[in-house]
Each structure stands twice: as structure tokens, then as C-alpha cells.
Design a protein around this ligand. Structure first.
Ligand code: ADP
Ligand code: ASP
Ligand code: MG
Length: 431
């Protein structure tokens, strides 16, 4: 699998993120790279994101018009960002003497469900892409978007969703590899914007990458990793600003790979969640079920849950859970509606929390990980508010202001610090 980077006459899907195409210069640089891949004898399909922070700017603009834009119109607005990129990139490639044809997600056959803002891909029918490739053209596809099978409306796949477009297309086209080009040299042992001593991973397994992505390492969209795992499609995460070999996301670490012995592959952090505490909940069978059913019925995703033992004197307990901040308002409203029926005392909402997660397949066979992690947090003065674990992950909730200190302390405690800083952040605003 690691020989794939020689790419003799294959079909390659290359995805370029917003920071790689932030301006006209970036477009030209990326175009040259695409043309070089094509000249080496490959068929090339490119997926491109909106330029720089365009998506954020469009959201800000919508919010200046109305605090509650409808999903349909917001998706229509946001997909314009990727359309701008695809057309400019096609022009830049054409300028270099190669034919490039741009396609919207809908034209590329990305069929989704109708959940605006977080649509799931149901099917990919890339007939027009195959046609373009057959005729010798480079196909450029707008990332992050599709068309709803039911309503025929334009949908988006959730923030960071261009990665998923790329992997889904690569799977549908039976590509040899999906290359994700971004503003850092690969997947690192921690976010290079936070830990200067982060190490680049040569390889990371689908399993580890899923946990890292789900825990906030936004270098890859979670769904794209799920997709790649399902089709066993190798992903190569690398920088569009350098020619360095990046990180391979694969089923198993290759023989002799340095990561084999590592207990921890990486540390992820996330400041996008909030914590809700329901105070004074009657400790009776069926109460938790009632609360979480109401939350689920409103399509709210929750992450960690903690319930304390009830105080014997009162028979009351507290339940805390975490969820995306963006769903905090809805969740509070749902809970207020059932307060009388369930009979709890009050709701506390806290959006000043952060999450730190250690991920590594090696954790399975190393019992001391939790103790080392918690000792490092204690030494760094980070108070642990909630804990959750999976077989290959430990996550804690702490104050948002403690997150960066905690990540650095854990990185050092697990001896992940590189001897000399090797992580370069080439671009992007980190937004
Ligand atoms: P793009 O615009 O190319 O899609 P993103 O901003 O979505 O780029 O993802 C790249 C960013 O992910 C990096 O700039 C980095 O700050 C962040 N990141 C978080 N965790 C990691 C990690 N473990 N390894 C590499 N990058 C990470
Ligand atoms: N432009 C979209 C976003 O900013 C999709 C992507 O970049 O992957 O979320
Ligand atoms: Mg991204």
C-alpha cells in the first residue's frame, strides 16, 4: 500500500482545502500540482473547498439578515463558496494547457438525504465525471454538497464535509488513493497550532483516525474516515504547500512502522461542546429514558453522560451531559418542556468547557494510561469534570481555558514531544 505514492498510471482523487486555495496565487499553485499529477500519466479528479474562510463569511452574512435562516436557503448560499473555487481552479488548469471541467456536487452525482446542514451521502453516480475522464479532461468537483434524493434540493454535508465528498467519489470511482491536501504536513500527534513539538505520524489506522476525528481533530471529517474504512480506501493526508510525504490512513500500521510500539497515537481537543446539568432529578426507573428520548426525538446528538448516585435523604440525583454548542438552545428548550412532567429542579447550561482525548490502539494492552494522563492533568492544574472511555480512547472534560495547557502536558507526559519542532502550519486562519 505504501508504494502507492509512486502512482504509475492510476486514478487519483485529490482534495484541496480552503487554505490551499485562499487566493488566486493559491489556485495557480494547486493547478500546477494537479497538472503535474496528470502529466505523470494519471487520471485526476479534484475536489475543492471554498476559498479561505468563505464559508464562515457567508454564515456571518446570513446571520446579519436573519438569526434563523432556513436550512434550504443556507445550504444554497454556502454551496456557492465551492462553486466559485471549482470554476476558478478549472480556469487556472486550462491556463496551463490542460482541459478541466468543473461540476457541482449534484452534477457529479452526489445524492444525499434531505437533512440540510448535515446531509448524509446515500449514493454516488459519477457518470459525468467518468465521461470527462474518458475524454482526457481533469474533473473538478465542488466539495461539501449534494442533492437530496427526495426533495431535489441542494444540501451540504456539514462543516469540513469536502473531505467526505473526496473519499465518497474515490470509492465510487474505485480510485487508487484519495489525497487530502491541507495546510499542515499530515496528521500529527496533536494539533500543530497548539503543540509546536507535535510529531507527524507516518501512518494512522482507520480506527484511531475515527476516534481522533470524533474527538475534535478537524484535519479529517469524521464521515470521510468512516467511508474510507468501509471501502478500505487509503487516504494520504499531506500539505499542498510542500512536497513532503504526509500521513497514510490505512487499515493496519505497516510492518516495521514506528507507530507499532506507541501507546498513544495522538491527542485531540475540542472546544465546540457545552455541558447541560439537570439538577434534582427523581431517581426512579424510566426517568433517564424519558429525558434522553425527548432529546433524541429532537435530533440532538449527545456525547458524554454522567449521572451521580442520588442523595439518600432526598432521592434526587443530577445528570450531566455534553453536546455540540450549536444544539444547546434546542436541548434546553426541550428539557424545559418536560420539566413539569419529570419533576427535576433546574437546568444549568455551561458552554465554557473543553474536551481532551488520548487516542491509541496500544492503550488496549497498557493499563497505566489513565493514571499517567490524570497525573499529568493534576500537575498542570487542570481539574477533570467528566470522564469517558472507549477501548482505544480516554476523554476528559475540563474548563475551556485549561485545554491548551492540558494538551501540552499530556503530550509531554506520553513522551510524544519531537526533539526539535517539526510541525509547520503553512496557512489557514485556524477558524
Ligand atoms: P482544510 O481547510 O484543508 O480542510 P482544516 O482546517 O479543516 O483544513 O484542517 C486542517 C487543520 O486541522 C490544521 O491546520 C490543524 O490546525 C488542525 N488539526 C487539528 N488536529 C490536528 C492533528 N492531529 N494533525 C494535524 N492537524 C490537526
Ligand atoms: N467549505 C466547507 C467548510 O468550511 C467545507 C470544507 O471546507 O470542507 O466547512
Ligand atoms: Mg477540513
Amino acid at each position: 500500500m505504501f508504494l502507492l505514492h509512486t502512482y504509475d498510471m492510476g486514478l487519483i482523487v485529490q482534495k484541496f482545502g480552503g487554505s490551499s486555495v485562499a487566493d488566486a496565487e493559491g489556485m495557480k499553485r494547486v493547478a500546477a500540482r494537479i497538472v503535474a499529477t496528470k502529466r505523470a500519466g494519471n487520471q485526476v479528479v479534484v475536489v475543492v473547498s471554498a476559498m479561505g474562510d468563505t464559508t464562515d463569511e457567508l454564515i456571518d452574512l446570513a446571520n446579519q439578515i436573519t438569526p434563523m435562516p432556513t436550512g434550504r436557503e443556507l445550504d444554497m448560499l454556502l454551496t456557492a463558496g465551492e462553486r466559485i473555487s471549482m470554476a476558478l481552479l478549472a480556469m487556472a488548469i486550462s491556463n496551463l494547457g490542460h482541459e478541466a471541467r468543473s461540476f457541482t456536487g449534484s452534477q457529479a452525482g452526489v445524492i444525499t438525504d434531505s437533512a440540510h446542514g448535515r446531509a448524509r451521502i446515500i449514493d454516488v453516480t459519477p457518470g459525468r465525471i467518468q465521461e470527462a475522464l474518458k475524454e482526457g479532461a481533469i474533473a473538478i468537483v465542488a466539495g461539501f454538497q449534494g442533492i437530496s434524493q427526495d426533495t431535489k434540493d441542494i444540501t451540504t454535508l456539514g462543516r469540513g464535509g469536502s473531505d467526505t465528498t473526496a473519499v465518497a467519489l474515490a470509492a465510487a470511482l474505485d480510485a487508487d488513493v484519495c489525497e487530502i491536501y491541507t495546510d499542515v504536513d499530515g496528521v500529527f500527534s496533536a494539533d500543530p497550532r497548539v503543540v509546536q513539538q507535535a510529531r507527524k505520524l507516518k501512518s494512522v489506522t482507520y480506527e484511531e483516525m475515527l476516534e481522533l476525528a470524533a474527538s475534535g481533530a478537524k484535519v479529517l471529517h469524521l464521515r470521510c474516515v468512516e467511508y474510507a474504512r468501509r471501502f478500505e480506501l487509503p487516504i494520504h493526508v499531506r500539505s499542498s504547500f510542500s512536497t513532503n510525504e504526509g500521513t497514510w490512513v490505512v487499515k493496519n500500521h505497516p510492518e516495521g512502522g514506528t507507530m507499532e510500539k506507541a501507546i498513544i497515537a495522538g491527542i485531540a481537543h475540542d472546544k465546540s461542546e457545552a455541558k447541560i446539568t439537570i439538577v434534582g432529578v427523581p431517581d426512579r426507573t424510566g426517568v433517564a429514558a424519558r429525558i434522553f428520548q425527548a432529546i433524541a426525538d429532537s435530533d440532538i446528538n449527545i456525547d458524554m453522560i454522567v449521572q451521580n448516585v442520588s442523595a439518600a435523604a432526598t432521592g434526587l440525583t443530577d445528570i450531566s451531559f455534553t453536546l455540540p454548542k450549536s444544539e444547546g438552545g434546542d436541548a434546553t428548550a426541550v428539557l424545559q418542556k418536560i420539566q413539569g412532567e419529570v419533576g427535576f429542579k433546574s437546568i444549568q447550561y455551561d458552554d465554557q468547557i473543553g474536551k481532551i482525548s488520548l487516542v491509541g490502539a496500544g492503550m488496549r494492552s497498557h493499563p497505566g494510561v489513565t493514571a499517567t494522563f490524570f497525573a499529568a492533568m493534576s500537575e498542570a492544574g487542570v481539574n477533570i469534570e467528566m470522564i469517558s472511555t472507549s477501548e482505544i480512547r480516554i476523554s476528559i472534560i475540563c474548563r475551556a481555558t485549561d485545554v491548551e495547557r492540558g494538551v501540552k502536558a499530556a503530550h509531554t507526559a506520553f513522551e510524544l514531544d519531537a526533539d526539535s519542532p517539526e510541525a509547520v502550519v503553512y496557512g489557514g486562519s485556524g477558524r
